[in-house]
Design a protein around this ligand. Structure first.
Ligand SMILES: NC(=O)c1ccc[n+]([C@@H]2O[C@H](COP(=O)([O-])OP(=O)(O)OC[C@H]3O[C@@H](n4cnc5c(N)ncnc54)[C@H](OP(=O)(O)O)[C@@H]3O)[C@@H](O)[C@H]2O)c1
Length: 311
């Protein structure tokens, strides 16, 4: 892999000036062991938690004492291995978290329906849904990828999340629900040449982000709190397959712990908005950034820059 390309890409992917403090690893305010972030009494659903980011997120919910974590994926052997690891984590951390794995292709609506029907039959209500699964495509312009390939990505990154959130929200429970949407900073980095190589990924992740942003307009956080996160740059199968060296990446504990924080009452002020896991949550929650969140409905939301200004 060309070291200049790697340097340029990481420079772009890690650059942010929203908060003064920028984190690349877990820090006390988002530590899953903080009692304020406890997930005790909750059932957490993380599709795609057999590997990668989803697995790291599930592990952090174990550390936050979740009652039950349900993980989904298409490969039964990968899920079985993930269950063993998460159960070991529960043992080490001393939590009683129960891990359930189900094979389910998130774009197969019959399988998704059967999954939710089965939960209902067992009387299981999901309290936290982490929308994590994504489809990636080759680095090609949209018109070269072709409509079928582009649309298949929209099916995973936008249609399936819509189907899941419908089922999640419709569950018969008055208890507050929490939705954490995993997106990517690529949605606001189209000018970066390395990122721009994957326009179909940007399109579909933006569609998923807008989906949750718009749903949040009509659902109060007391019913279903919705926060969209960019998780940083986390080493996994996709990066490995592209030949990237593992040493440049953020700690996977950062994204997992941030996801737990997003599913806590402390993150309510970000309902319907977007944040990077590396941004310092104490700075976000206070001072100038908080003031702007309270006064500017466009801030940290997807929109068209420049359209409403006077020049
Ligand atoms: N890694 C990063 O640096 C990074 C950066 C920004 C954003 N993200 C976002 O983070 C999320 C996870 O990314 P990742 O890097 O962890 O991806 P990944 O390594 O490719 O993992 C994806 C997981 O989802 C499962 N999956 C894929 N398609 C599925 C389907 N149709 N039905 C059910 N499960 C499916 C896979 O298991 P099976 O193959 O067994 O189904 C796998 O466990 C995505 O939303 C991505 O956009 C990642």
């Amino acid at each position: 892999m060309d070291p200049d390309f790697v340097d340029q890409l990481f420079k772009g992917l890690l650059h942010t000036e929203v908060t003064k403090k920028v984190h690349r690893d877990v820090y006390p305010a988002i530590s899953p062991s903080r009692p304020e972030l406890s997930q005790a009494g909750r059932v957490i659903l993380v599709p795609g938690a057999g590997t990668g980011v989803g697995h790291s997120i599930a592990r952090s919910f174990v550390r936050a004492s979740a009652d039950t974590i349900i993980i989904l994926g298409r490969r039964a052997d990968v899920l079985a291995e993930a269950v063993t690891k998460l159960e070991q984590e529960a043992k080490i951390t001393g939590t009683n978290t129960k891990i359930i794995a189900r094979t389910c292709d998130v774009v197969n609506m019959a399988e998704v329906d059967a999954f939710w029907k089965d939960l209902a039959k067992q009387g299981i209500i999901v309290d936290v849904f982490v929308n994590n699964v994504a489809k990636f495509t080759d680095p090609k312009p949209i018109l070269e990828l072709g409509a079928d390939e582009v649309w298949s990505q929209m099916e995973v990154n936008a249609k399936s999340p819509l189907y899941f959130v419908e089922k999640f929200y419709a569950q018969p429970s008055e208890k507050q629900k929490f939705l954490v949407n995993v997106t990517s900073a690529v949605i606001h980095m189209t000018e970066n040449p390395q990122v721009a190589e994957r326009p179909s990924y940007i399109l579909s992740k933006m569609a998923g982000t807008m989906l949750f942003q718009l749903i949040a307009l009509h659902v109060p956080p007391e019913k279903m709190q919705i926060v969209t996160m960019h998780l940083g740059v986390v080493y996994g199968d996709g990066w490995k397959a592209m030949g990237f060296p593992p040493d440049r990446f953020d700690s996977d504990e950062l994204c997992g712990s941030f996801a737990v924080w997003c599913a806590s009452e402390e993150a309510e002020f970000l309902h319907g908005r977007f944040a990077w896991s590396s941004w310092d949550v104490e700075e976000l929650a206070t001072g100038k950034i908080r003031e702007r969140i309270e006064s500017d409905p466009e801030y940290l939301r997807a929109s068209i820059i420049g359209a409403n200004c006077s020049i």
